[in-house]
Design a protein around this ligand. Structure first.
Ligand code: XMP
Length: 430
């Protein structure tokens, strides 16, 4: 089913994604396109029911005053202008009643049907994937993160065993994370899953490397090499599945909205490994990706997990990674997550984790002097990860977590709470 489309033309407003979201929430599919799109390109969509011009009072993109192409007005598609009094559009939307005007435009003027929902979206994508892939094979790097998990579930539904998932365990995963990927995808969804235990390989490469940027480069570079080696072992693969999502596409710039930024860890595969991309989530916002995952039957924990950096616990085991401190990060992180869930904070706090610095402090255990590591707890809230504030965690919850870490995690004698907002601190420590 080709769903009705409302196109938002970007004339420099920061509100474009908000409006696109509002329209999708009304059950109508909406996309943002650059202001200089041609009438031909718009006609080619074949399902545009209405056009919204959104540029505020000034219509400025990258410091330049902009207009849409005159020919767009001749298409005969209903047009609405937002916050721009001199507009040539039939309809105008200024502050309030904003939602009513938007609804009236979409349903009455454009006659759009509210047929955008996850069930229809999945049906459409399954059909499109089958058309694109035919009887050939798709390779997917399945990290267990939200996007790659939802892509995997979608591809399994569409092409089953023609999907080959590769899960690389780099030793920097959280507690039970790789196990859960295997359980969900191999045992429950019967995916064709290649599990690569690369723990020793990664930790070996990272030995004595203390510089954060160097660590990130090693982890990213090694990931590509491992994935490439696995890809070369497999025969007859033509496609690469990717968890590109809509913000990746719009963030790449308003004028070049179609240019996808290099994404995930597999963006840098060598030239001779030529794959065509399959990107079934590229129209979805993050929360829609989660809703899609739920509709596809993935477990709640997997779909609603908090953001986790690509280099994993590697950037939370500060300085040169050692196995004892890496275990301390992993175990303390698991305790923190368990206790936050018990206190209902997992649904409230945006991101929370522990880090272990590479120095020791003096303490007492069983009446003897000890010289051990410290665990730092960080819990923050943010909207876009550009700035962040610290969660005021209840003292009793912090005490419970501290007591558990001190009694259950080896080599740790001290627990601290990080009170620093971003800026000046970043969310991660490295
Ligand atoms: P910072 O530390 O820059 O983090 O304030 C902002 C957000 O980005 C996450 N982060 C990463 N995510 N790969 C990722 O996919 C990475 O290399 C990476 N580094 C940081 C971080 O967890 C926070 O949510």
């Amino acid at each position: 089913m080709k769903q009705d489309l409302i196109v938002i033309l970007d004339l420099g407003s920061t509100q474009n994604t908000v409006i696109a979201r509002e329209i999708r929430d009304l059950g109508v599919y909406s996309e943002i396109h650059p202001h200089d799109i041609t009438a031909e390109e718009l006609k080619a969509f074949d399902n545009v029911k209405g056009i919204i011009l959104n540029g505020g009072e000034n219509r400025v993109v990258d410091g330049q005053s902009v207009e849409i192409r005159e020919e767009i007005y001749e298409l005969g598609i209903p047009m609405l202008s937002i916050d721009y009094p001199q507009s040539k559009c039939q309809e105008q939307l200024n502050e309030l009643p904003k939602e009513e005007t938007l609804k009236k435009f979409i349903f009455e003027t454009c006659g759009a049907e509210a047929n955008w929902n996850m069930k229809n979206f999945i049906e459409d994508q399954v059909e499109l994937i089958r058309q694109q892939v035919g009887d050939r094979k798709v390779l997917l790097a399945l990290s267990g993160g939200v996007d790659s998990s939802v892509v995997a579930a979608m591809l399994i539904k569409a092409i089953g065993q023609q999907l080959v998932c590769v899960h690389v365990n780099h030793g920097l995963m959280r507690k039970n994370e790789s196990e859960s990927v295997i359980k969900v995808f191999r045992d429950e969804l019967h995916a064709n899953l290649v599990y690569v235990d690369a723990v020793e390989r990664f930790l070996g490469k990272l030995e004595n490397v203390a510089d954060p940027e160097q660590k990130r480069k090693i982890i990213g570079g090694e990931f590509i090499r491992v994935f490439e080696e696995e890809a070369r072992k497999l025969e007859g693969i033509d496609f690469l599945g990717q968890g590109t999502i809509y913000p990746d596409i719009i963030e790449s710039g308003t004028k070049t909205a179609k240019m996808v930024k290099s994404h995930h860890n597999v963006g840098g595969l060598p030239e001779d490994l030529k794959f065509e991309l399959v990107e079934p989530l590229k129209q979805l916002f993050k929360d829609e990706v989660r809703a899609c995952g739920v509709e596809l039957g993935l477990p709640h924990d997997m779909v609603y997990r908090q953001p986790f950096p690509g280099p994993g616990l590697g950037v939370r085991c500060l300085g040169a990674i050692t196995r004892d401190r890496l275990e301390a990060v992993r175990e303390s992180d698991a305790i923190l997550r368990e206790e936050f869930a018990k206190a209902g904070l997992d649904k409230k706090v945006w991101q929370y984790f522990t880090v272990v610095p590479d120095f020791k402090s003096v303490g007492m255990k069983n009446n003897a002097r000890v010289f051990e590591y410290m665990v730092i707890i960080r819990a923050i809230n943010t909207i876009d990860a550009m700035t962040a504030s610290v969660e005021k965690v209840d003292w009793d919850v912090l005490e419970t977590i501290t007591n558990r870490i001190l009694s259950e995690v080896e080599n740790v004698n001290r627990v601290c709470y990080d009170m620093s907002p971003k800026p000046p601190a970043t969310i991660e420590f490295e």
